[in-house]
Design a binder for this molecule. Structure first.
Ligand SMILES: [Zn+2]
Length: 169
């Protein structure tokens, strides 16, 4: 039995000395530190026995009933007011699955980003689309050049010369 475990058992010893474990009682009997803690707790409980809660103000009931009447007479709350009240003052047990789902989503998104698994790359998608368009553009240019070369071949018979002129005007 060490002092830390013994002191966690001290409230039980204080409230019901018979119900406390025997080793705790034995430790308190032999340990001055734990005995002092027990005496402090006893003194605190004795002080609380003499403490009486202050009486409420004479006008407390009157004001409370006046406020209740105001609340009853007030117009019904709108949708967002009711939602806010529910979120603030309810136990929100029914929202726990929703919150767990939202937290899981955050964890998946955060963990995926951390692990480099984010599949959503708007920048790369855009550059891939631009890349495709550039490839198509180059292909169109090449086809144009080929058709010009073929036409030149048909007309002049000097394909290489025409090609060099086409490439370096
Ligand atoms: Zn001790």
């Amino acid at each position: 039995m060490n002092c830390k475990r013994c002191q966690s058992e001290l409230p039980n010893l204080l409230l019901d000395a018979q119900a406390a474990p025997a080793d705790v009682i034995a430790h308190v009997a032999g340990c001055p530190d734990c005995a002092a803690k027990l005496n402090q707790l006893r003194a605190t409980m004795k002080t609380l026995d003499h403490w009486t809660a202050p009486a409420p103000s004479a006008y407390f009931d009157t004001r409370l009933y006046a406020r209740l009447r105001e609340e009853i007479a007030a117009p019904p709350e709108g949708f967002f007011e009711r939602l806010r009240s529910r979120l603030l003052f309810n136990s929100n047990h029914h929202l726990r699955p929703l919150m767990a789902g939202a937290l899981a989503l955050v964890l998946i998104a955060g963990g995926g980003t951390y692990a480099g698994l984010d599949f959503y790359h708007p920048q790369q998608q855009e550059s891939a689309a631009v890349n495709d368009l550039q490839i198509l553009d180059k292909n169109a240019q090449a086809i144009d050049q080929m058709s010009v070369l073929l036409q030149d071949d048909d007309q002049n018979g000097g394909g290489a010369q025409a090609a060099s002129q086409q490439m370096n005007p």
